[in-house]
Write a protein that binds this ligand. Structure first.
Ligand code: NAD
Ligand code: IPM
Ligand code: MN
Length: 351
């Protein structure tokens, strides 16, 4: 069982070190090899996804990623920027299904900016399509018009098979949960998502036990903070899923709590927190490593079929929270404020 470990930039190395520590503490013979990606890849090899890093990721059974990006790279040509490295590895590994579970640990009910009664018991699975949509659609670019002014172009597009395969992932997950899928689109305005809605309806015929509903993305953004517990599984495209999952993360107390799994058709996967490289707090040992640690648990569950050890990690996180350990982003009065490294230690101790 080989894991490619790609710490990336900003808080990436700090949070990945905690997840690696937890995986090692399990003592289950995982082999891990590190490689640079993002800004670190650019510094090492002039490429945000160096050839050797991609090769390692392809050979490994799973990838553990921290985060990429830093403001200092924002003026580089687009294909040299850290974010492009992340998008390319997702595409190269065909990781079309991004699972982002927004789950509220009871201990954190008061850490959310929403009232505890609104979020308590929250358990939503956001299924975000990850290799299509406006992120990858052609044509794209910035060009100069005949009158000399500039124009920016991105293209939202999805074909039927791309919609169907992500829909299937959502329905299959719903079958193991509360059997409700809410498909989020903007079918009232965008043809791409009108097709999305049609395909979801056609696919739902194969899953008669699952209740399929549809919601426009603007309403979904509102409903997520009004009454989030109405949702079980949400399925949506790349850009809407990006935005809604950051919104949903705050229901769990902090973006530092939201893990993710990005899977291909065979459950080979890349596991990363949903948040970014947080350059504002990088190198200060204050970042919350739990989203990354919980992503490692997802790796054991989805790629290595090791439910027992995935649950062990999740239980250890619960225990560390119950013992009062909190990083700054989830701190509330009376708790024990710790740094990134000490939070990792608390989870290892709880294991
Ligand atoms: P961000 O998620 O990095 O940070 C947003 C805010 O949340 C910041 O205030 C940050 O301090 C806080 N935050 C994030 N993770 C945290 C954690 N684990 N613990 C405590 N606080 C945390 O988003 P941003 O500021 O918009 O982007 C910063 C950089 O990250 C950009 O270069 C962006 O492109 C990149 N990014 C990368 C990924 C990824 O690698 N998957 C995801 C999002 C953004
Ligand atoms: C995420 C990030 C990425 C995305 C960026 C950094 C390319 O925001 O993983 O959510 O938009 O997918
Ligand atoms: Mn995002």
């Amino acid at each position: 069982m080989k894991i490619a470990v790609l710490p990336g930039d900003g808080i990436g190395p700090e949070i990945v070190a905690q997840a690696v520590k937890v995986l090692k503490a399990l003592n289950i013979g995982l082999e891990m090899e590190e490689a640079p990606i993002g800004g670190a890849g650019y510094e090492a090899a002039g490429d945000p996804l160096p050839e050797a890093t991609l090769k390692l990721a392809k050979e490994a059974d799973a990838v553990l990623l921290g985060a990429v990006g830093d403001w200092k790279y924002d003026t580089l040509p687009r294909d040299k920027r850290p974010e492009r490295g992340l998008l390319r590895i997702r595409k190269e590994l065909s990781l079309f299904a991004n699972l982002r579970p927004a789950l509220l640990y009871p201990e954190l009910a008061s850490a959310s900016t929403l009232k505890p009664e609104v979020v308590s018991g929250l358990d939503i699975m956001i299924v975000r399509e990850l290799t299509g949509d406006i992120y990858f659609g052609q044509p794209r670019g910035i060009s100069t018009l005949e009158n000399g002014e500039r124009e920016g172009i991105n293209t939202m597009r999805y074909n039927e098979s791309e919609i169907k395969r992500i829909g299937r992932v959502a329905f299959e997950i719903a079958m193991k949960r509360n059997k409700k899928v809410c498909s989020v689109d903007k079918a009232n305005v965008l043809e791409t998502t009108e097709l999305w809605r049609q395909v979801m309806i056609e696919l739902s015929k194969e899953y008669p036990e699952v209740e399929l509903s549809h919601m426009y993305v603007d309403n979904a953004a509102m409903q997520l903070v009004r009454a989030p517990k109405q949702f079980d599984v949400m399925v949506t495209g790349n850009i809407f899923g990006d935005i809604l999952s950051d919104e949903a993360s705050m229901l769990t107390g902090s973006i530092g709590m939201l893990p993710s799994a990005s899977l291909d058709a065979n459950n080979k996967g890349m596991y990363e927190p949903s948040h970014g490289s947080a350059p504002d707090i990088a190198g200060k040992d204050v970042a919350n490593p739990l989203a990354t640690i919980l992503s490692a648990a997802m790796m054991l569950r989805y790629t290595f079929n090791d439910e027992a050890n995935a649950t062990r990690i999740e239980d250890a996180v619960k225990k560390a929270l119950a013992q009062g350990y909190r990083t700054a982003d989830i701190y509330t009065d009376g708790c024990n404020k710790v740094g990134c490294n000490a939070m990792g230690d608390a989870v290892v101790a709880a294991l």
